[in-house]
Design a protein around this ligand. Structure first.
Ligand SMILES: C[S@@+](CC[C@H](N)C(=O)[O-])C[C@H]1O[C@@H](n2cnc3c(N)ncnc32)[C@H](O)[C@@H]1O
Length: 591
């Protein structure tokens, strides 16, 4: 009788009807328990628990799967299928260290050699993957993941199409309150340029199809998606209480928008353990507890109106338009913005939308961490309100605001830059007549010359430090970008030699560009179509331009440029997107 029930369970499993299979295996187990002393019954029970575990795995109920595996292993501690399923359940719970131990047990078992070659191979691969993920979670060792995936493909920009899947990592980072700015992230120790700070995966993402003509406006869809995502995570965590971490992260949903004094109850600086993977918690530090569940966010009590406003304000004020994609990152959402960021962000379009945060220069212990929310290569007026609808308080904006007030010529150049930009934004250059292009080009050339002389002729500007000059010049990058546009090629009256005289600026800007995502796009646009002739490299140390010919040399020079920019102690050996530009050619450098 019980065998019929088990077979029915197997049939349901074979048809992919997981819930039915789980119920049938449950029935099977219920018919057997009570008489565990009998050897045959014990082995039947092992199969029952183990099969149900497999069905739980199919529906991603890892705690339940783990529980069934443990019950099976209590009865037969050498049952390989149960050990294997236990390993997968532990991986599902992101408990990689325990998963590694479990796979090790299988590899060391006497019956391992009796398995078929392909099963042995797949177990070895599972072990290696879990090992790699464990190292990623605890030590931020993500280089292996890159190397493995990158090695599979030929070098070149295509590499970005195959980004590896990464586990989350929390490095030397802590949350602190920042006067007048809510909370921020800070370095807990001295960090070298290039060091990994965080790897975060999106809590939820929402793609909005552009040609969707349904009645619902995109914003409403995002809201629905967000609410659905909140409900899903809450529901899942309620059923699966070991996985409270994700739920805890929802506390941070309010960081999506600007400051809301009336919502101050939501705006605590939460403890880091909410964000730290279980295996990476310091000894003695407890993971999330049921007590932590008292926060309104965790009971999904964010009012819809609140979420709506959060999304509206982010969309309209921060970006000035409705975004096509909404991704929610929790810990990174506590990082404030600066137009002089010290953190670079690399977004991977893998299935979990991983974001990799690294120090883009040396950072001292206790220093606040900033990344750039938006394109920082435009004049102050275009940047200042892009920080969630509030005025940017970063040091670059403050200095620039003062200088623009005091220096009418700089002010004029800023409006000229914005005006020139509007030509590119609103009307594709390809629709311009020859004459219009020529006029635009001349304006750019005049502007470049004028910006160059500002820093020589105006005492307030010539007195600035070199780095301050550079970041103010970076606000006028558009002039250069336009001249590198294929539509405006030729440049009679403004030869490559002239441009080269501005190469120090260009080199600096390009180096700065990879410190933030949107700017990297700009670098790409700026460089992609440009001359592929002999490239040059700006050498900070000698303040000179060095010609390079060979790709091999370029790879080395990419590493060198980082060393020169960030200091010789650079130890980072991971993959970086580096744009090295010399008269505009682009190289995508893995190292
Ligand atoms: C993604 S959150 C960052 C975390 C935020 N400080 C918090 O406590 O939730 C973005 C918000 O932080 C504040 N903020 C971040 N960078 C800022 C900056 N440079 N100037 C002024 N406000 C900033 C703004 O209120 C912005 O809407």
């Amino acid at each position: 009788m019980e065998e019929e029930v088990r077979e029915e369970g197997n049939r349901m499993f074979g048809k992919g009807r997981w819930a039915r299979a789980i119920a049938k295996y449950g029935q099977y187990i219920a018919l057997l328990v009570g008489d565990k002393t009998d050897e045959t019954t014990r082995s039947k029970l092992v199969v029952g628990y183990s099969n149900r575990a497999e069905a739980w795995l199919k529906v991603h109920k890892y705690v339940k799967a783990l529980d069934d595996c443990n019950k099976a292993l209590e009865l037969d501690n050498a049952h390989l299928k149960s050990l294997l399923r236990k390993g997968r359940a532990l991986e599902g719970l992101r408990m990689f260290q325990e998963a590694v131990e479990t796979y090790k047990e299988i590899l060391g078992s006497s019956s391992f050699d009796c398995l078929s070659g392909s099963v042995r191979d797949s177990i070895e691969i599972s072990y290696e993957n879990a090992f790699m993920k464990d190292r990623q979670t605890r030590f931020g060792e993500i280089e292996n993941a890159f190397e493995t995936s990158w090695k599979l493909f030929p070098a070149g920009p295509d590499m970005i199409e195959t980004p590896p899947s990464l586990e989350e990592y929390v490095g030397p980072v802590e949350i602190r309150r920042v006067p007048g700015m809510g909370r921020g992230l800070f370095a807990t120790r001295n960090v070298q340029a290039g060091e990994l700070l965080l790897v975060s995966n999106a809590l939820t993402t929402n793609k909005i199809s552009t040609d969707d003509r349904s009645e619902l406006p995109p914003l409403e869809k995002k809201l629905d998606h967000l609410i659905y995502a909140v409900e899903e995570v809450v529901r899942d965590a309620m059923e699966n209480l070991h996985d409270l971490t994700q739920l805890q992260r929802l506390i941070q949903l309010d960081t999506l928008g600007g400051p809301y004094p009336e919502d101050s109850q939501y705006r605590d600086a939460p403890p880091m353990r909410y964000f730290t993977p279980v295996n990476a918690l310091p000894p003695g530090c407890k993971s999330v507890t049921a007590q932590d569940m008292t926060h309104p966010a965790l009971r999904n009590e964010f009012p819809r109106a609140f979420l709506r406003r959060v999304i509206y304000e982010r969309q309209i004020y921060q970006y000035g338009k409705v975004l096509k994609i909404l991704e929610i990152y929790v810990l990174p959402s506590l990082m404030n913005h600066s137009c002089l960021p010290n953190v670079s962000v690399m977004g991977l379009r893998n299935e979990r939308f991983s974001r990799v945060f690294r120090a883009s220069r040396d950072i001292r212990q206790g220093e606040e961490l900033f990344h750039a929310y938006h394109n920082i290569f435009c004049p102050l007026d275009e940047r200042r309100w892009l920080v969630g609808g509030v005025l940017c308080k970063c040091s670059r904006c403050s200095l620039e605001a003062r200088l623009l007030q005091e220096c009418s010529m700089l002010n004029y150049m800023a409006s000229e830059c914005t005006d020139i930009g509007s030509h590119c934004d609103h009307l594709s250059l390809s629709t311009y007549t020859e004459e219009q292009l020529e006029r635009l080009k001349r304006r750019c050339i005049t502007a470049i010359t004028a910006v160059g002389s500002l820093f020589k002729d105006i005492p307030k500007l010539s007195a600035l430090r070199d780095d301050e000059k550079d970041f103010i010049r970076a606000s006028f990058v558009r002039f250069y970008r336009l001249l590198l546009d294929p539509q405006i090629k030729g440049l009679p009256g403004y030869s490559a030699d002239n441009l080269l005289s501005e190469r120090r600026l260009i080199a600096n800007i390009i180096i700065a560009m990879h410190t933030c995502d949107p700017a990297s796009d700009l670098a790409l646009a700026m460089c992609a179509e440009a001359a592929k002739e002999k490239p040059f490299l700006y050498n900070h140390a000698t303040d000179s331009i060095e010609p390079y010919g060979e790709m091999e040399v370029l790879l080395n020079s990419g590493r060198r440029i980082l060393e020169l920019t960030y200091g010789p102690e650079l130890t980072c050996r991971s993959i970086f997107k580096i744009f090295v530009s010399y008269e505009g050619s682009l190289v995508y450098l893995p190292f």
